[in-house]
Structures are given as C-alpha cells and as structure tokens.
Ligand binder design. Structure first.
Ligand code: ARG
Ligand code: GLU
Length: 726
C-alpha cells in the first residue's frame, strides 16, 4: 500500500475507534453536538424528531420505569415495554407456589385482568433547562467544598421556586460534569402502572446467572405493563376507574430487523458512570474495592444457592434477592477483567502524561494529578471499610438492615414523641411485611456468621467495634462466630413477622423500649454508630476534598483537550447513545457474530436445569419451525443482537431504535469484557445486548397466544418501504 494511502487509512480507523459508539448524550444537545455524525452513520430522522418540547417527539415515548429502569410506549393505549428483570419484583410479588407467574408467565386477556402494582411509577421528562449560570452564581475557585456546596444548595432552592408546576409535576436539578454544569428536568409522574404480560422465566430469564452479562445470549428479557391515567389523561392514584393513558408519542415496531452495520440508537436513563477518573482511582477499583466486594458477595451467594436448590418455596422467596446480589457480583468480575485486558490504568497514565505536558508552566492545574493521587491513597482504607460495612450490614445480611428500619422508628419517637412514632408506623409496617415475605432466619443467620467473620478478619482492627472483637467476647483468636450469632438470633424478637408485629402493635413507649432492649437491635445500632464515627465521617471528609478536585480535573480536561468532544457522566437523567449493530473479538482468534437465533436457545437447553430448562411449548414450536411472520430472510428466528451503543445500568428496558425512529429491540445487558465501559469505554469490546423486537412479538403472539397485544401495536416495514420507493 502506498505510504500516503496507509496514513489516510490509519486516520479513518483512529477516527472510527475514537467516536464509534462512545458517549451518553443529552437529548436537547444532539442538534448541536451529534446530529451530523448520527446522519453520517445512517440516521434518517433529525435531532428535532428525537427531542422537541413543542410537538410530540421520540422523547415522549421514553419513560423512566420505577426510577431504576427505562421503558417505552409501544401503543396508543399506554402499553409499556421494559425488561423482565426490571418488572421482576412485581412479577414475583404476584406469584405464589400455586400461581407462579415467574415460572408460568402471565398474559392479561383483557384490561380488567391487568395487575396493579403499589408504589410503581412511570416518569416522563416534559422539558430540560440549562440552569448552570444560576446554579453557580457566587461560586468562586477559592471556596472550600462545604462553602461551595452551601452556596449551590441555596441557588438550587431558589431556582426550584421559579418553576410553576402542576400538582403531578416535579422539578429535579442535577449536576453534570462533576458539578461544572447544572440542568433542570421537569417531570410528570404516573402512579398507576399495571402488569400486562410476562413470559415464563424459561424465556424472560433464560440462562439466568450463568449467561448474565455474557454474549452469545438467548434471553427474551421483556415484560409488558400499561400506564393508567385519570379520565383527563393526567396522573392519578390507582383506581379501578382509571383508563389507559394516551401518549403524545409511541414507538412503531419494525418487522424488518437488523443487519451488521445498521445504525442504532438507545434512548433511556443510564444510572452512573465515571469516565473522567484519574489512573489512581482506577487502580483503587481494580486492586482494593472490586476484589473485596466480589468476595463478600460470592460468599453470600453460595449460602443462598445452597438453600434455594433444596426447596421450591425458598427459591421463590430468595429469587429476586439472589438475582440482585449476583448481578453486580458478576459485573465487577467482568469489569476488572476488561480493565486489565485493555490496560486501562496504563492508558490513563499516558493520557495524564499528555495532560501534564500540555499545561502552561503557571497553570493552576499543575499539582492536580499528584493531589488526586494522594487523596486516593488517604481514602483507600476508609473506602474499603465503607464497602465492607455497606455490603455486609446493609445489603447481604437482612436482619441488620431491617434493624435500620426500626431505628428510624425509634429516632422518630425520641425526637417527636408519640406523634413522631405514629406518623412513621405505617411505613415501617409496610416495610416489615415486605421484609418477612422474603426472609428466612436460618439462611440469614448463616450469612451473618460467615460475613461477620470476614469483616473482622479482613479489615484493620480500628474498623471493628470493640463489642465485635473476639477478645472482648471471650473468644479464641480464630474461633468461629457461630455461637455468638446463634445466641443473637435466639434472643432476637424480630425473627418472624408475627413477633415483630406483636411489638409494633404495643403502645409507642412500650414498643420503643422493647425494640431498644433487643440484643440484635443493640448490636446493629452500636455497629451503625461506630460506622458513622470511625468510618463514614472520615471517609466523607476526604471524599468532599476528592470530589472538589475531581470536578476541577474534569473541567481541566475539557480545557486542555479542546479537540475532544466531552459528554457528561451518566446520572440517571435522560440520554441518547448511538452506534451500529456490530460483532466483536473478545480474544485472539475468537470472533462473535452480532445476532443469535432460536436455534441457539435450543442448543443451550438442559432439561430440568435451574437455568436452562425450556417448556414443552417452546420445543414444539421450534420443531414445527412455527415462526409466523417473525423469521428473518434466512427463515431463522432472531433472538438477541449486539451493538456499539454506550449503555450502563439503568439503560435496562431502553428501546433500541432504528434510523427511522422505530423500535428494533430492547436493551437489557452488556457483554462481559465490556462492562468496564463505565470507567473506560473501548470501542473494540464494549457492546450492549438487546432482545430482537421480532422475538418479543413471536413470544407474545405465537408462544403465549396473546396476539391481541400485538394487534395493539403499530408494525412497520421501513426497509421494504424504502426499496419499493426506488
Ligand atoms: N445484567 C443485567 C443488568 O444489569 C441483567 C440483570 C438481571 N438478570 C440476572 N440474571 N440477574 O441489569
Ligand atoms: N441490565 C442493566 C440494567 O438493569 C443494563 C446492563 C448494563 O449495565 O448495561 O440497567
């Protein structure tokens, strides 16, 4: 190849890897920053079709689901599509051993059969304002972290007051670029969201934890809900008189599917990323925090798994809990692997050397990186202890986290007397019911024994409260905590709902004194106080300094690398990411295709297996090749596909949208090697995983016989239309 040609070639590759897929962009800024690139990648609609506050646009079909997932409207009657794993809590809560919706699936035949879900919300973004200058009014570079925050908090309160809102609207102001910009989001929240349909877990959760975060994937991870509104189409509390919501926009569903190289866009509410961290922070994730969290969760999962395999009722009880703990356990493993494989720390160090080189001799940023490095060293032991405490006491051992709920009740009493207590009581009772529904004291006791031992043995002694140290308990240096924890559970008056309610139904003064004299309560409360004093306070003191410097570093990077296009870290606000349908090479000599088929579902089938069992109907339909209109050109039924869209947790349930604005798939995961994209996006191996829309339609129509739901949607053939026009 002639020399000049190869240079051009290298430039094109470099350009492609630098931009392809990276970024979670603000929908209102697409016109300014992204439209040109999106069109060059194949998009046929305009930025205005995606976000427009004056007419219905794509954004009006995108709904924040329960505040933790994304969903989208796919019919004029408020039909909402999201992931099976996003609706899992609801599906589980309607399930019993006799009527097990997790196992058998659920399909409402009529609107009357749709199941209400207390507490579930659907949130729309009405409009977005840039409020940076008002938010940062009076903020100067010399302020301390605390001074800065107090000025900003006051400014935000003042900004909030300028909004004239309807009773069902909220305004939420969020920092971007680590507090260098602020945007206000005006939202409308619907509160009557009902379950319409869910496939059995042998489809919706196929491959379960073995396949989670993994490609090739064969999961039909979807569920259907419906938003209900008052007769005026406005948000209303649940009532059987509510009617299906009429949206400003809903997504048509494409029957044409995808091919490698097709433009894709994912629209949703990504939760959190950290793209602009220094190398010292990535090292801490890799060497300190991920290994600790991974081993704690591995231990906890092992205990749950043992009991769940023995008993069907326990399996249902612990299903959602197990899946939640397993999810990030596995993600962190993949993240560490990816960071190592792509030499993320070295890459960051090179970038930092470049940053440093570009600074003027008198730049205020001269010592920024070394200051950050020092702060990360200082915070390291506290960050570790902080993770140990929150993982063990708040997340993996249930009884201690429930004691935290009781603590709020005690505090309310001590602060505001009987009134405080009574105001709080109903919430605590609701919490109590939810807690015991999924609680088994034998499992929890075993978890507490093993995890407490880990806490004591892995952390520096200064992070272990006196009353948990072996010598103070009269134990030998290596003695197990078996007996101690056993006694705690035996003496505890809160190991069953009946006991707990007996106490909560006493008069406030009697209830509070019974709670306070409970040994488990005393242990949890003492531990919480110790944590606050010895761990979280020093941790937060350093963290405040660190965050201030990080904000400065983000600002500095934007000033120093003028040629780079910056996008803000995810923060649960609405974002658009775009890329292409694209396979990848996870390692030498291994290449992954971008699409999986039903044939692969059948290849993975293991009769009676915990994760890979299939129902007979699936096997029959496969044998008969009964794919209806949902097969692709080759006659096979597509199941999942991957693309180079930059997504993260919270993007679950986000629509994958084609060049014309139609739904082609449903985002639900990322590939394992690429989960480090939260810290270090790499276009070569970062891929998001989507269920093909045609698989969703096939399951609803052919598998479940719920064709009435497909009829409600608007099916389109954008590729065929294009051809016939020519
Ligand atoms: N990894 C996906 C996400 O982060 C799916 C999780 C649910 N599935 C599971 N097997 N736990 O949410
Ligand atoms: N499953 C994730 C979620 O619940 C999406 C996967 C990811 O983290 O990208 O949002």
């Amino acid at each position: 190849m002639p020399r000049f040609l190869s240079i051009v070639f290298i430039f094109i590759i470099a350009y492609n890897t630098a931009f392809a897929g990276e970024g979670m962009w603000l929908p209102q800024l697409l016109k300014l920053l992204n439209e040109k690139e999106m069109k060059s990648m194949g998009m046929k609609i305009s930025a205005d079709d995606i976000y427009n506050v004056n007419k219905g646009s794509l954004k009006d079909a995108i709904v924040h689901f329960g505040g933790f997932c994304t969903s989208e409207l796919i019919s004029s009657n408020g039909l909402l599509l999201t992931n099976h794993h996003c609706g899992y809590g609801q599906i589980q809560s309607h399930s019993t051993v006799e009527n097990n919706l997790i196992k058998n699936g659920f399909w409402a035949k009529t609107h009357q059969d749709e199941l209400p879900n207390a507490g579930l919300t659907a949130t729309f973004i009405d409009y977005i304002d840039d409020v940076t200058s008002k938010a940062l009014l009076g903020v100067t570079p010399t302020l301390t972290a605390a001074e800065r925050q107090s000025i900003i908090d006051k400014n935000l309160t003042a900004i909030r007051e300028t909004y004239k809102l309807e009773s069902y609207q909220n305004v939420m102001i969020r920092p971007f670029f680590d507090g260098n910009q602020y945007f206000a989001f005006v939202t409308t929240v619907y509160k009557d969201v009902r379950l319409v349909g869910a496939p059995p877990e042998s489809i919706g959760k196929y491959g379960s934890d073995t396949d989670n975060w993994v490609w090739p994937r064969h999961t039909g991870d979807f569920a259907l809900f419906r938003i209900y509104a008052g007769k005026d189409n406005k948000p209303a509390e649940y009532s059987k008189d509510n009617v299906p919501f009429k949206p400003k926009h809903f997504l048509p569903v494409s029957m044409d599917g995808v091919s490698e190289g097709d433009f894709t866009m994912v629209f949703g509410f990504p939760g959190g990323t950290n793209q602009y961290l220094p190398a010292s922070a990535v090292t801490q994730v890799l060497e300190t925090l991920n290994p600790a969290k991974i081993s704690i969760r591995e231990t906890s999962l092992g205990i749950m798994d043992k009991y769940m395999r023995q008993d069907e009722a326990t399996k249902i009880k612990y299903a959602a809990k197990y899946a939640t703990i397993a999810n990030y356990w596995k993600k962190w493993i993949g993240e560490s692997m990816g960071l190592q494989q792509t030499n993320a720390v070295d890459k960051k160090l090179k970038y930092e050397a470049d940053f440093q080189k570009r600074l003027a001799p008198d730049s205020p940023y001269k010592n920024l990186l070394s200051d950050l490095g020092k702060l990360y060293k200082d915070i390291d032991p506290y960050a570790l202890a902080n993770d140990y405490y929150s993982e063990i006491v708040l997340r993996n051992v249930d009884i201690t986290s429930y004691m935290g709920v009781l603590r709020r009740l005690v505090n309310a009493y001590e602060k505001n007397g009987e009134k405080g207590y009574n105001d709080m009581l109903q919430r605590v009772k609701d919490n109590t019911a939810g807690f015991y529904k999924d609680f088994d004291s034998q499992i929890d006791q075993e978890k507490m024994t093993v995890l407490l031992t880990m806490y004591v043995e892995k952390l520096d002694k200064k992070f272990v409260p006196d009353f948990l140290q072996r010598e103070n308990l009269g134990m030998n240096t290596a003695e197990s905590y078996d007996q101690m924890v056993k006694d705690q559970f035996q003496l505890c008056s809160f190991t069953s709902e009946k006991e707990a309610l007996a106490i909560l139904n006493l008069s406030p003064d009697k209830a509070v004194s019974a709670i306070k004299s409970d040994p488990m309560y005393a242990l949890a409360a003492g531990w919480a106080d110790f944590y606050s004093k010895e761990i979280s306070t020093p941790y937060n003191n350093i963290k405040r300094e660190l965050d201030l410097k990080l904000a400065l570093y983000t600002k500095a990077q934007m000033e120093v690398f003028k040629e780079k296009r910056f996008y803000p870290d995810a923060n649960s606000t609405m974002r658009v990411t775009y890329g292409k349908v694209n396979g990848y090479q996870p390692k030498d000599a291994v290449t992954y295709n971008p699409v999986t088929y039903l044939d692969g579902v059948i290849e993975k089938y293991i009769p009676e297996d915990y994760e890979f069992d299939l129902q007979p109907r699936m096997l029959e339909l496969y044998k008969a090749k009964d794919y209806g209109p949902y097969a692709d050109k080759t006659g096979k039924l597509p199941v999942c596909f991957i693309g180079s869209n930059h997504t993260t947790g919270g993007n679950s349930g986000s629509p994958a949208i084609d060049a014309h604005g139609n739904l082609i798939g449903l985002n639900f995961d990322r590939v394992w090697e690429g989960t480090m994209s939260d810290i270090n996006y790499d276009a070569n191996i970062c891929r998001n995983i989507m269920v093909d829309a045609r698989y969703i339609l096939w399951v609803i129509d052919k598998y479940a016989g719920a064709g009435h739901l497909v009829k409600e949607m608007k099916l389109v053939n954008p590729k065929k239309v294009k051809k016939s026009k020519k």
